[in-house]
Design a protein around this ligand. Structure first.
Ligand code: BGC
Length: 751
């Protein structure tokens, strides 16, 4: 009996102890409590100094937590194509870790070219897992700036020229990343459409253009993707830097869109304490200081949102309301990421990630031209194949700016082809031209020795003479990640291919009919030889699996199914910014500007007519249209039917169409819906993308595709009313295989 009393007493004591323990758990650490309650509690426990510390960097990529309270630091990483290798605390040099090699995923242009939402989810989930394994809380990506000019050095990091395509693809990417308890940081908000003078350019853009073209991807990232972080851009807008721009951050992002996450400055993008306080910047990174040696004391303390902010508060010049809002957002970020108790552990360099990278790459490669069906390569009839070009042997994961990576491996195109083809045919290689034999970024070295001393003429002649008696010539060239190519901080200097590649391609075309040109780039390039080359493939920077993916497409293991997310023009002046618009900026200001800090206006006179909207309006025949991409099979489009011919503004309308694979290979077609406003009170694009579906069809199979839209797809942004307006009248739904290949259409009326 005594024994039982003892046990009961022990049990009661334990219970009381546990209860007491539970009640002792402070609210901010009680994960049964709603996040907002935890945030309020944490905030109430923090000192002013702790708060100020939290809103700016403590190292190149981290900000402090509150060590006293057990609130962790926040760690960030680039982005957006793989997890950047670890750099030193205060320097850009490598930390020298040996466990930080990542899987390099294809650049975002390639993801956009898949036009496949599932690929965007797979991408986000996989890269998020890599970030989580590396203990990163924020991934600095995706980049969603609109492709305004093909000269922009960072287009390869973005999702193309169309607001609907970018707005759609960004959502699953973000959801995938964030399912790992890693925040996506959508960048660069906003109007960062060129790298030339990126810190001082001041785009002159009207409200309608802003809302219709340049903001939708960000809005969708925030409202549909639920992004937890947004990065301000380097440039100015309406004379105020984007990182503390009242209109962009306070009025639109946090006001109109209700964004509850953090705004992070681009590295060195903050310039003014008061604007940073009041206009919506939450975390300042990478300001002028190099960390410790520049400035006084600890230079991080000299950030605009460090001691200068503290002083203003202490002197009573500003209150703490704004500071508390910033802290609330940062704590919210912490509870979603570093303090997220449900987050998985992630994984790095896994076979699953390699596989994801390869699938995305294979789906994003675009077959631009295939005259006489010379692709896929017929291995049964090939004995000898010549591969020409520097990009066949050059690593592309190193270079290009902050998206540069230290990849666990990178299969080069030549190696991928050899692996796949060598048992069928002999593969020989000729360099053909020399581009940039170097390969280093921030101390990551490609380790390749691409030195070539022979003169250009000798290299060209060698390639041409070898090309004479082979079954196929595969030229693999394009741009690279060096300055003035596809590279951060510089823009391209022209639309043409560099390093005399045009001359080489023309010479090869003369001696071998079976010439395949593979263009590796993140941008459109001019192709003056287009009619002389039977097969042209647009490859992007495909990451670790480059060679495997490319070989699979070239030999037909994979049927190409990518389509262009941007228009390929024939010449630079086909693009609006290079005729009616300004690029790189106001000529007078550029001529007069003596200081690097002078603001340079860039008038976006073309307004909403960006990309195919401009080509349509001016009836310019593109080299390859937006949405263009061929397959090794053929598709037949049926007639489109609408489920009604009239809708009111609160109704939906659906368009259905039958698509048939009429060839003898399985394949996928990207069916595009464009809407045309037949008559409107103000100029509108001839048509705008408002839907797309990637349909996978077995040989001979057919499927119905249905698009459902509502008045949002018919609306324009009325700047005077500051709202989206759909005008009554006739519209047309156009269904096409690209922006210039409309197969069928149907009219309907908005009552
Ligand atoms: C780039 C950002 C990048 C950051 C951190 C900046 O120069 O513009 O895109 O995330 O550096 O590396």
């Amino acid at each position: 009996m005594k024994k039982y009393v003892y046990i009961i007493l022990l049990f009661l004591t334990e219970l009381t102890y546990l209860n007491a323990q539970e009640t002792n758990v402070p609210t901010y650490l009680n994960f049964d409590k709603p996040i907002e309650e935890r945030i309020n509690d944490a905030l109430s426990r923090m000192t002013l100094a702790e708060k100020i510390a939290m809103i700016h960097a403590q190292s190149k990529f981290s900000s402090p937590g509150v060590s006293r309270l057990g609130i962790p630091e926040i760690w960030m990483t680039d982005g957006p194509h793989g997890i950047r290798p670890e750099v030193l605390w205060d320097e850009w040099d490598q930390a020298g870790w040996t466990n930080d090699s990542c899987i390099a995923f294809p650049a975002l242009t390639c993801l956009a070219a898949t036009w496949n939402r599932d690929m965007a989810l797979l991408y986000g989930k996989s890269i998020g897992e890599e970030a989580r394994y590396r203990k990163k809380d924020v991934l600095l990506g995706p980049g969603v700036n609109i492709y305004r000019t093909p000269l922009n050095g960072r287009n390869f990091e973005y999702l193309g020229e169309d607001p609907f395509l970018t707005s759609t693809m960004v959502v699953p990417y973000i959801k995938g990343v964030q399912s790992n308890g890693v925040a996506a940081c959508v960048k660069h908000f906003a109007l960062n459409n060129q790298e030339f003078k990126r810190h001082t350019m001041n785009p002159v853009v009207d409200d309608r253009t802003l809302y219709e073209i340049y903001l939708p991807a960000f809005k969708s990232a925030v409202q549909n993707g639920g992004a937890w972080a947004v990065m301000g851009a380097y440039n100015l807008f309406r004379d105020q830097h984007a990182c503390h721009n009242r209109l962009l951050l306070k009025d639109i992002l946090k006001g109109e869109w209700g964004f509850d996450g953090v705004v992070i400055s681009d590295w060195g993008g903050a310039h003014d304490t008061k604007q940073a306080i009041f206009n919506g910047l939450d975390m300042e990174f990478g300001s002028w200081t190099n960390g410790l040696s520049a400035g006084t004391g600890n230079a991080y303390d000299d950030y605009y949102m460090a001691i200068p902010y503290l002083k203003l508060i202490q002197e009573g010049k500003v209150g703490t309301k704004e500071l508390d809002d910033k802290i609330r957002r940062i704590l919210r970020l912490a509870y979603r990421t570093s303090m997220n108790k449900n987050k998985p552990f992630g994984s790095l360099g896994s076979p699953e990630h390699s596989d994801a990278g390869r699938r995305i790459a294979e789906e994003g490669i675009v077959l631009l031209r295939n005259k006489g069906n010379i692709l896929p390569i017929d291995l049964t009839k090939s004995k000898k194949i010549l591969v020409v070009g520097e990009n066949a042997i050059k690593m592309m994961t190193v270079g290009g700016g902050s998206s540069s990576l230290k990849a666990k491996y990178e299969i080069l195109p030549l190696d991928g082809l050899k692996k796949r083809i060598a048992s069928n045919a002999e593969i020989i290689y000729a360099r053909g031209y020399v581009g940039d034999p170097t390969g280093e970024y921030n101390g990551v070295k490609s380790g390749q020795n691409l030195k070539e001393e022979r003169p250009a003429e000798v290299l060209l002649n060698e390639a041409v003479s070898l090309a004479k008696d082979v079954d196929y010539v595969i030229f693999i060239g394009g741009l690279n990640k060096s300055d003035h190519q596809d590279c951060e901080d510089t823009d391209r200097e022209g639309l043409e291919l560099p390093y005399n590649q045009d001359k080489l391609i023309e010479a090869l075309a003369k001696v071998n009919k079976n010439l395949i040109v593979v263009n590796i780039s993140g941008n459109a390039v001019a192709m003056p030889w287009v009619n002389d080359v039977p097969a042209i493939v647009q490859s992007w920077y495909l990451g670790s699996e480059t060679g495997n993916a490319l070989a699979a497409v070239l030999v037909g293991d994979v049927n190409p199914s990518g389509k262009l997310p941007m228009t390929f023009g024939r010449k630079l002046t086909d693009y609006a910014p290079h005729t009616v618009g300004e690029y790189p900026g106001n000529k007078e200001q550029l001529a007069k500007s003596s200081k690097g800090s002078d603001t340079i206006n860039v008038a976006y006179n073309e307004g909403i007519f960006v990309g195919y909207r401009w080509f349509d309006k001016e009836k310019i025949k593109p080299l390859f249209a937006f949405g263009h991409g061929l397959s090794y099979t053929t598709f037949e489009y049926g007639k489109v039917y609408a489920d009604k011919n009239e809708i009111s503004s609160d109704e939906q309308i659906s368009f259905s169409i039958n698509i048939k694979n009429t060839g003898n290979r399985d394949g996928a077609e990207i069916v595009q819906l464009y809407i045309k406003d037949i008559k409107s009170s103000l100029p509108r694009p001839v048509k705008e993308l408002k839907g797309f579906e990637k349909v996978f069809l077995k040989a001979g199979e057919s499927k119905n595709v249905t698009f459902t839209i509502n008045k949002d797809a018919l609306s324009f942004f009325d700047a005077d009313k500051h709202e989206w307006v759909a005008e009554k009248g006739d519209f047309e739904a156009l269904i096409g295989a690209s922006a210039t290949d409309i197969k069928t259409s149907v009219k309907f009326n908005l009552k």
